[in-house]
Ligand binder design. Structure first.
Ligand code: NDP
Length: 400
């Protein structure tokens, strides 16, 4: 049917490429492009023979708009799936504008030198995308991504108004290392070492990192400690859920992870301020990334399950109502299917689905939009079909 260009051949890029290959009726051509072409070639070797899709690979520096434009002109994809790093979002959007190509990502823009993420930079492209007649779909991973689709679905089918959303991200998996991150270590550590924040009554309430702790009994995983984090979908959901009073995001962390993180922070290893080392300028967090296990190698070691979802409270037919939508994903089953652990899997599947929605025109709305601004139904159907079946509960335990 059409062509997708996947940018990035890391943990998430690899899962998305596998899933696009499985879905070759939609993705008849796939170009995998990244900074290190060898990684794209390894992926291509793994995939060819198992799919009808035609797979090509390319080298590109996604920080360089001109290089991207040249690549998009040569490959002529209908949609670019950005699975590189959040630092590259704007250059890739610029190249999409120049070549009139649809755009999908899974993480909002972050400047390299400031650990700060917000949608303003990408929302500023709305009018230009609209005029060019192309769509940018922002945040098509799991969180952000499926959590936004779950919210749109809950609002469409179960509520007149949603007042409270708690997003709970539980990883009950164990990779056997004392310390490793499940996706890009630099982005992950920037996220979890930042101040926490939640949205309440029209404003942001800021907390110290890991200041708010709760314990929750997760289906198929068990009791886990979870901590309130600032997360990007809070910003867009606060805007798009009419009548919303509070949105919080919690993620589970084990004792070992937190102790290691504290220690690394205390000695300065998580800093993004450059230092001089033996005549060279280095960024401690980037050096740390280089010595930590590569998340894309965790697959064969990780056992256990993830459970990610949203608890909604609101009003339906003038009565109070509670509703919980979640997905449980098994690390070992993901590895058996696509050679990656569940964190990459739960991101790569919705990334593929977002690209499918734009490529097929099922979602067709020129401009720049967050995922909850589209009809959730075809995406919810796709989750069940492509490996992330969702479950629902009408009487969940609430988070205090
Ligand atoms: P990885 O570090 O495993 O992979 C990133 C890939 O991008 C690598 O192939 C890397 O190339 C490539 N890349 C980095 N910089 C450039 C550049 N300048 N030009 C071209 N390619 C580049 O990351 P993950 O796969 O773990 O994460 C990918 C994205 O997914 C991130 O943005 C992350 O924030 C997001 N994510 C979203 C989640 C969600 O639920 N919404 C959850 C998890 C992740 P090289 O191999 O040369 O380094």
């Amino acid at each position: 049917m059409g062509k997708v260009l996947i940018l990035g051949a890391g943990g998430v890029g690899s899962v998305a490429a596998h899933k696009c290959c499985q879905n070759s009726a939609v993705f008849s051509e796939i170009c995998i492009a990244s900074r290190t072409k060898a990684k794209c070639d390894v992926l291509r070797e793994k995939l060819k023979g198992s799919t009808k899709a035609k797979i090509t690979t390319a080298q590109v520096d996604a920080d360089d708009v001109e290089e991207l434009i040249a690549l998009f002109r040569q490959e002529k994809p209908q949609v670019v799936l950005n699975l590189a790093l959040p630092y590259q979002d704007l250059t890739i959007m610029d190249a999409c504008l120049a070549t009139k190509t649809n755009y999908v990502d899974t993480a909002n823009y972050e400047p390299k030198d400031t650990a700060k993420f917000e949608y303003s930079w990408q929302w500023a492209y709305r009018e230009r995308f609209e005029k060019a007649g192309i769509t940018a779909l922002l945040g098509s991973g799991f969180d952000p991504g499926v959590t936004g689709v779950f919210s749109a679905y809950a609002l469409k089918h179960h509520f007149d108004e949603i007042h409270y959303i708690d997003i709970l991200d539980c990883n009950g998996g164990d990779h056997g290392y004392p310390f490793a991150t499940n996706f890009n270590p630099e982005i992950n550590i920037r996220e979890v070492s930042a101040n926490g924040a939640y949205w309440e009554n029209g404003q942001w309430i800021e907390t110290k990192p890991m200041e708010i702790k709760r314990s929750y009994e997760f289906a198929e995983v068990g009791q886990k400690d979870m901590y309130l984090l600032h997360h990007e979908e809070i910003e867009s959901l606060a805007l798009h859920m009419p009548g919303i009073k509070r949105i919080r995001f919690f993620m589970t962390f084990g004792e070992s992870y937190l102790t290691h993180l504290k220690c690394l922070e205390n000695v300065g290893m998580t800093s993004i301020v450059p230092i001089h080392y033996q005549g060279k300028k280095i960024i401690p967090l980037q050096f740390l990334k280089a010595v930590l296990p590569d998340p894309s190698t965790l697959g064969p070691r990780t056992k256990g399950k993830t459970n990610i979802g949203c608890i909604f409270q609101g009003i339906k037919d003038r009565k109070e109502k509670t509703y919980y939508l979640y997905n449980v994903c098994d690390h070992a089953l993901c590895y058996a299917e696509v050679g990656s652990q569940a964190v990459a899997y739960t991101t790569g599947v919705p990334a593929m689905l977002g690209a499918e929605m734009l490529l097929t025109g099922i979602w067709n709305k020129p401009g720049v939009y967050n995922i909850e601004e589209f009809d959730p139904d075809p995406f919810m159907k796709g989750l069940n079909k492509w490996g992330l079946p969702w479950q629902e509960s009408f009487h969940p335990t609430l988070v205090p």
